[in-house]
Design a protein around this ligand. Sequence first.
Ligand code: ZN
Ligand code: ZN
Length: 146
Amino acid sequence: MGYTYTRAGGLCCDNCGTSGGVRKVPCPHGWCPSTALCKDCRTKLKPTMHTWHINCAANSAKATAASEDRLRKHAAGMPTLCSGLLTKDRSVVHALFEIGNTVIGYYMPRTDYDRRNDLPPYPTPDDFKAFTTLTPAPSSFNFADC
Ligand SMILES: [Zn+2]
Ligand SMILES: [Zn+2]
């Protein structure tokens, strides 16, 4: 969410658009962007404010768990998926896995790459090898290929 400013650089309230006395109210779970609110709106919206962030605690906890899981995998010597590029042959994805400063590339069928959403967050090559064949690929994308 982008903030709105007056021509003079004053922050505008996200709720009513006024400027002056507007403050950024942070998400109580540190998950979503702060909301800019004027004094009146802060008072008016306070009773319902917690409902805006109803999923933030869970989302934040999930993201923290996923990134801890990623670090645990790296510590155990397992690279994790960092990005994928659809190749010229659009049925194949060039996937990159990272561990520390090392990047490992594999080609895999797009339909198998698409199954990453069913895998745990930050899947490893072994997670994919359970249902597909990985073909060694360069450790960086060749954008001229796409
Ligand atoms: Zn307001
Ligand atoms: Zn929030």
